[in-house]
Design a protein around this ligand. Structure first.
Ligand SMILES: [Zn+2]
Ligand SMILES: [Zn+2]
Length: 335
């Protein structure tokens, strides 16, 4: 079958690779669409855990084969996948915390991914796409579910003064979850024009450019105070420090953006304001069920996230181009 193969950092080719063979409890999917995620970019730039690796985890597709022991699924069903495969049996899984599973494995990271014609996944991580939902929208569901899991980390009320730092796919998904929950006062900060436009169309009260404007002054004039809830979705040392600086006394900061760099923080600034710090990791199957209900009830328009659709053949060149700049919210690869 055809697949995008990451030979090494910055070196991806389209190649012919062996078809996956389904084992106990697994199904084979004919991949239809797969979104490019920041995680894919991270591996593209630094190399995957294994050489000659296939990335891609935010996918939709059609079941073509069910492996031994799979019940309740059949060939021809349209699905999306919780790409964080939880074992379903460990202490965390039994408490409904599959995102923290002892034996968690991720599609496209520990399992060969979905930038390919076919991929295999555990049946317990599958979700049916509601009728009327396109495969492209199906591939966006895992991203929106990440945002919903982030949203669940803080108790936002309709009048909570909220700031989202970063209008990438995850920041925008947090905005979607907040708007569906009826939170009115959500301000988004980003300097990327594509992200700013999307945040405005998804119902942000205001969109701040943190380079051109003084963020604290703008927030003060919008809210008449500092925000009580800040979602840090940019993952840069400067924005993490900014989240701690901008949040109100007694407020909550939710750490979301993946930051691999050291930051220098003076803890007393955190203590003196009595800031609650939360974090968000991955997704659970229950999160998927909620977002799929929203999709079925047409509570969200996933299409606003898609800025480009490309073919699998165009992926290596597209990935190389992405290292130079970021003008896209979500690129969907049609396999
Ligand atoms: Zn992702
Ligand atoms: Zn587990």
């Amino acid at each position: 079958m055809k697949a995008a193969v990451l030979i090494d950092a910055h070196n991806m080719v389209i190649d012919d690779v062996p078809m996956p063979v389904t084992g106990e409890g697994e199904v084979l999917l004919k991949v239809d669409s797969c979104g490019i995620c920041g995680t894919d970019m991270e591996f593209y730039e630094n190399g995957a855990y294994n050489p000659r690796w296939t990335l891609g985890h935010e996918c939709s597709g059609m079941i073509v084969e069910v492996g031994p022991g799979v019940k309740g699924w059949k060939a021809g069903e349209r699905v999306t996948v919780n790409d964080l495969f939880a074992c379903g049996e460990c202490g965390f899984c039994r408490r409904g915390l599959g995102n923290l599973c002892d034996r968690a494995a991720n599609l496209g990271i520990h399992w060969p991914g979905a930038f390919a014609e076919f991929t295999k996944v555990p049946a317990r991580s599958l979700f049916r796409l509601p009728e009327g939902v396109s495969m492209e929208e199906g591939a966006l569901i895992p991203t929106i579910v990440v945002g919903y899991h982030v949203f669940r980390q803080a108790a936002a009320r309709p009048d909570t003064k909220t700031l989202i730092i970063g209008a990438g796919p995850v920041g925008l998904s947090v905005l979607v979850a907040l708007k569906i929950a009826g939170v009115r006062n959500v301000v988004v900060s980003d300097m990327n024009p594509t992200g700013k436009k999307a945040a405005a169309s998804l119902g942000a009260l205001a969109v701040i450019d943190p380079v051109a404007e003084d963020i604290s002054e703008r927030l003060e004039s919008l809210f008449s105070s500092a925000p009580d809830l800040v979602f840090e979705c940019a993952g840069k040392p400067a924005t993490i420090l900014q989240s701690m600086e901008t949040v109100n006394r007694g407020g909550t900061v939710v750490m979301v953006g993946n930051c691999f760099e050291e930051i220098s923080l003076i803890p007393i600034t955190w203590i003196i304001k009595e800031i609650n710090i939360k974090a968000s990791q991955g997704t659970t199957n229950e999160d998927f069920e909620t977002v799929l209900e929203w999709v079925a009830e047409k509570k969200l328009d996933a299409a606003v996230f898609i800025t480009r659709t490309i073919s699998l053949d165009e992926l290596p060149e597209t990935m190389a181009g992405l290292t130079h700049g970021k003008n896209d919210t979500k690129i969907i690869v049609k396999t």
